[in-house]
Design a protein around this ligand. Sequence first.
Ligand code: NDP
Length: 313
Amino acid sequence: MAEHVKVLIIGSGPAGYTAGIYASRASLNPVLYQGGEPGGQLTITNDVENFPGYPEGVNGPQMMMDLEKQAKRFGTDVRHGLATAVEFSQEGPHKVVVDENHEILADTVIISTGASAKWLGLESEDKFKYGGGVTACAVCDGFFYRGKDVVVVGAGDTACEEATYLSKICNKVYLLVRRDEMRASRIMQQRVLGTENIEVLWNTETEEILGESEVTGVRIRNNKTEEVKNLDIQGFFVAIGHKPNTDIFKGQLDMDENGYLITQAKSSKTNVPGVFASGDAQDHVYRQAVTAAGTGCMAALDAERYLAEKGLA
Ligand code: NDP
């Protein structure tokens, strides 16, 4: 007999743990599977200084451990394991397979599988990632590069937004665009091109990020002229897009062309009753820990109401 639970939470970022806190306080005995990267994207950040309630900031991994502790305190059953397949139905219960062998039936499922930043794939990028000068989040880490020179790679709305954000903090921002045009919306491009301390380098690719223990420069190549040169910089921001971790829901849940789950207005409801989505798996616009936590709360409240309406709570 498969295990049967009222609330199954998939993912352990701020959204998942917040859903766990709310669902366990409502006596719904939620089970939470942590996924492949327990704690999510915040475990690969240094200091989180923009989460309300931490006037001195908080270390990302520490914050996730605290959230886990808080969810467990009220009875969330936090387990290691990766959801590898799902079978949702309009009437429920929903089938979720964990680690390809453990089958669970759930009256409600809260998806908080998050998103992952895309990287260039350079060895030097790995070497300096998280703390050494390479990052994928200007809002999280820009502050540490106050008054310094930095590079942003990318040419979409995210890259333009990051470059504009960093231009207010840093001395100089180089935006490396691999083609001779940007994909970003016109207004975002205009903002970038109109900012004095942003220099756009067209047709430019990254060859190597330079430095010993911290980033001190970058070797770039113009793919039209083949000219190679070094820039002295201290921060390297990769902004070439994110990929939501939603592959296992393809064909079962409505998602946009980039794989972000679609929720009904002002709720966490997906197109399948009893299946709710929260956090970055359904949000490509805000993508903050605090907004993820907010939507995790929404998902737990939506699940609670659904269970009550069905007489399952
Ligand atoms: P996009 O997929 O739109 O853009 C990614 C960019 O990165 C492209 O310009 C692409 O170049 C470039 N790129 C990809 N791989 C590489 C590589 N290996 N080397 C160099 N450059 C590379 O992602 P975004 O994150 O910018 O945006 C995702 C979605 O979110 C979009 O729909 C966007 O509109 C939306 N968004 C909206 C915002 C807002 O409205 N405020 C803010 C941020 C995002 P190329 O063009 O050559 O393929």
